[in-house]
Design a protein around this ligand. Structure first.
Ligand code: FES
Length: 309
């Protein structure tokens, strides 16, 4: 894919095309518009595009018909739906056809940019699997991944365990891994992608050596997890979803770690730590080689008071 992905925005309302154009051009994407499915097909027959963002309800050639055509004739183009209120059936059909994502109308610039970024990443993962695997995996890792996929191939309900094993092997689940799993388990890539996006224990970005999972559920929130999280963020100088420069730690925010009686709770890798306070969190991080040794005098006093109290 070129450095500036080329996107075709298809909508029967010019105002939608114009506003998508305004938002996406400012980020360096190349945008063209088509006022309906028919015009979109003509454009795709004459030029190459990386992504198509399409409305569903359009006169003559509607969105679903257009998606079917793309899947058959231009299978390497990624598809995103931009639409108002799709019926569940239409949405299900679109998902089954393998769309990447959905932008609700009217959209805000940040939602559109966020989905576009993901769609571009997704479309980049559509290079031939072997080519991409050679770029991103050591051969031993690819071999192990294929062995695991093979193990789960004929087992019902195997997607989540297969993804878990894949994440253990690769460390995260980028589009190329999702695609390999979809192919191996013989299921739509969109289904794999939606499961990975839905469960917080799956990540599409590489994590650090130690993953800190901070519970943001109600019980933990009420007991003060916010202060704990702030302290961890401040000390590691990263936000939720990020990894430290030395690749040692990442922070993840989750809804409930299933240990509400111990609130506030955090986990580092597979270990659960309850009744957290900001200074205890620093101390625990220190056990994993985190920057806990340089506690300020105030933090040291607080830690001692907590231990004594
Ligand atoms: S709310 Fe935090 S563990 Fe359940």
């Amino acid at each position: 894919m070129s450095a500036e992905p080329k996107i075709l925005v298809v909508d029967d309302e010019l105002v939608v095309i114009r506003s998508a154009e305004r938002v996406l051009k400012s980020e360096g994407y190349q945008i063209e518009g088509a006022l309906g499915g028919r015009e979109a097909i003509l454009k795709m027959e004459q030029g190459a595009y990386d992504l198509v963002f399409t409305d569903l309800k359009m006169p003559e050639v509607d969105g679903i018909t257009l998606i079917r055509w793309i899947k058959k004739s231009r299978p390497n183009i990624g598809i995103v739906i931009i639409t108002g209120y799709p019926s569940q059936d239409t949405m299900k059909e679109a998902l089954e056809l393998g769309i990447i994502d959905y932008v609700p109308k009217p959209f805000t610039p940040s939602v559109l940019l966020d989905v576009t970024k993901r769609a571009v990443e997704w479309a980049e993962g559509r290079k031939p699997a072997e080519e991409k695997a050679a770029e991103e995996f050591p051969p031993a890792m690819a071999k192990e991944l294929d062995r695991v996929i093979g193990e789960y191939r004929h087992r019902p309900g195997s997607l989540i365990p297969a993804l878990q094993r894949a994440q253990e092997i690769v460390g995260f689940l980028p589009p190329v891994v999702q695609k390999r799993i979809a192919k191996g388990l013989n299921m739509p890539e969109a289904e794999v992608h939606s499961v990975v996006s839905f469960y917080s224990f799956f990540t599409m970005k590489p994590r650090g050596d130690h993953n800190i999972r901070v519970c943001l559920g109600t019980a933990c929130y009420v007991k003060g997890i916010e202060g704990v999280l702030e302290k961890i963020k401040e000390r590691l100088k990263i936000d939720i979803g990020e990894t430290t420069e030395d690749k040692k730690f990442s922070i993840e925010g989750v809804r409930c770690l299933g240990a509400c009686g111990l609130a506030p709770v955090m986990m580092i890798d597979q270990e659960t730590y309850g009744a957290m306070t900001p200074s205890k969190a620093l101390k625990v991080m220190g056990e994993y080689g985190g920057p806990a040794g340089d506690q300020s005098p105030d933090e040291e006093t607080a830690a001692v008071a907590e231990q004594e109290g």
